[in-house]
Ligand binder design. Structure first.
Ligand code: PEP
Length: 252
């Protein structure tokens, strides 16, 4: 049974003091919570501060992006070698990276492979646009993103996949649990099985897109859903803590 994972994607928000305060509040709020892996993904410049703030607790830290090379002339980039001394997870292929920074499935593939090789746990994001959903292409788009994103990777130990329909991100319009479960138990899980056989069943698949304390339990009730990638609500410690508690309580 894949682990339950709740990850908070802070995106480009908070200043240094606020980041540490938010991390401390999450740590304090979750002292007695078991049953879910909790990951905070602050902006890269705050990774060390957040790591130190959650030290001594089960709360883990992840980056929001990385380059695939170990080092080199890549101004402004951060390498897996740099991250692996600081955090355990890295979000890759988020739709905002694909949309605003031109990341392709192939590029995501290079990053995922590199993260795994460096012992980082990639949270690989996939998701369709509204036009693709309305055009009946959601399943084929997701299948392609998983297939190309994981092409030629031999060992996927540690991989996490997040299904984040683009129309549900930051819109307050979450997918229904049924829509999410259909994609997660269908094109995502099936493609993983075709590519990786039984190992595929160890991969946690998260839902992301306007998750909040009011809807997280309805997603967690669905068998194919093992957690959530949370954007906006992860910026409020009380909301994020509540989401984790509700998800942990709903573990099947
Ligand atoms: C995200 O950006 O990963 C996300 C899920 O955002 P939100 O929860 O705000 O929709």
């Amino acid at each position: 049974m894949p682990n339950t994972v709740i990850a908070g994607n802070w995106k480009m928000n908070r200043d240094s003091a606020e980041a540490v305060e938010l991390a401390r509040s999450v740590k304090v709020g979750l002292t007695k919570v078991v049953g879910a892996e909790v990951v905070l993904c602050p902006p890269a410049i705050f990774l060390i501060g957040v790591r130190d703030a959650v030290h001594g607790s089960p709360v883990k830290v992840g980056a929001q992006n990385m380059h695939w090379e170990d080092s080199g002339a890549f101004t402004g980039e951060i390498s897996p070698v740099m991250l692996s001394g600081v955090c355990d997870y890295v979000i890759l292929g988020h739709s905002e990276r694909r949309q605003f920074f031109g990341e392709t499935d192939k590029l995501v593939n290079q990053k995922v492979e590199s993260a795994l090789q460096h012992g980082l746990r990639p949270i690989m994001c996939v998701g369709e646009t509204l036009a693709e959903r309305e055009g009946g292409q959601a399943g084929s788009v997701i299948e392609r993103q998983v297939r190309v994103g994981l092409a030629d990777i031999i060992d996927i130990t540690g991989l996490i996949v997040a299904y984040e329909p683009i129309w549900a991100i930051g819109t307050g319009r979450a997918a229904t649990p049924e829509i999410a479960a259909e994609i997660m138990g269908g094109p995502i899980r099936e493609t993983l099985r075709v590519m990786f056989s039984t190992v595929a069943d160890e991969v946690s698949i998260l839902y992301g897109g306007s998750v909040n304390p009011g809807n997280v339990a309805s997603f967690m009730c669905q068998d194919p859903i093992h957690g959530a990638l949370v954007g906006g609500a992860s910026l409020q410690a009380d909301q994020f803590v509540e989401i984790v508690k509700l998800a942990a309580a709903a573990v099947k």
